[in-house]
Design a protein around this ligand. Sequence first.
Ligand code: PLP
Length: 378
Amino acid sequence: MPKDVKPATLAAQAGGAIDTQSGGVVPPIQPATTYARDRDYQLLNADNVYARDHNDTTRLAESVLAGLEQGAAALLFPTGMAAIAAVFRTIPTGGCAIVQSGIYWGTTKWIRDFAARRAITVIEVDTSNAEALELACRDHPANLVFVEIPSNPWLKVTDIAAAVRCSHDIGATLVVDSTAATPLLSQPLALGADIVMHSTTKAINGHSDVLGGVLVTRAENALWQEIATDRHDAGATIGPFESWLLLRGMRTLPLRVERMCENAMKVARFLQGHPKVTDVYYPGLESHPGHDIAKQQMAGGYGFLLSFLVAGDQQDALRVAGALNLFHRATSIGGVESLVEHRYTIEPHTGIPETLLRISIGIEDADDLIADLAQALG
Ligand SMILES: *Cc1c(COP(=O)(O)O)cnc(C)c1O
């Protein structure tokens, strides 16, 4: 493929250099766990020894993801959490991490448990408040700063350029979980972040049928080598079928994201004007406190994730969720089908409002989604 093609072109032909053996326009899946040597004991293909780290299908998916994020290299993992764990394992025992508060609960929970075992200090701070982040960096010589854009489920927007400045002032690595922004809407590496992470389980695959995670690095430095070696040695590798499905999913990623963003904007505006809704969290709304920063660091839309508060109490929120006919009541985000989740049922101890419903907007017809919300709220 010519260099410097636009993301839509890169994605549409994801991994699609003609397979020279078959002539196929899509890549084959190589399921072998091991690779042969000739009679002189030379590898038939010098790149491939054993499948824990060597698989051509996975390499192809990684090269597409690195291209979409404009990074130097990418590593796929079997889940998003495995990717996050891989990067946190680089923090030395007794080290320090500054972590955005109120992010994906699975991330917060795992980091707290892991840090306690390793005597790592975790400073949780609302990084959408640039001053609070600056103070945290000034007071704590952290090894790593971890933020999420926009945050799940609060949709807070951290100024990545500001986070880069604070992190680099203290020599910390800035890691950005960009799952809810996708590689299409935000480019944290171009803004100076060191590593961008995605749960590829979400919009990158987009069809709610593959678990995966990815790290993409701005530079192939010593820290990156440590992560790559750990993946190989500890064995957190994704399977070739999953990599192939990711390649297949990514071909329509720009189209899906475009439609999801359009739909989400319409749904957000509808909810904002509804008398039974007391608040809407979506960075595309001018009233959202992070709108101006989102406008600067997101291009092409504000994502597919939004949360809103139902007027009344927990039972009212659950009744709205229960009355929806099109939205599936399920956790997760980023699929072609719209999902609704009552987060309080899952994580009542985290300060999440009892009336908050988080929705992930799919690619259905926006008017159908709005009609469904209207009848459920009614
Ligand atoms: C889902 C999710 C994760 C975890 O990814 P898994 O693939 O479920 O392990 C991490 N961060 C965010 C923002 C997510 O939505």
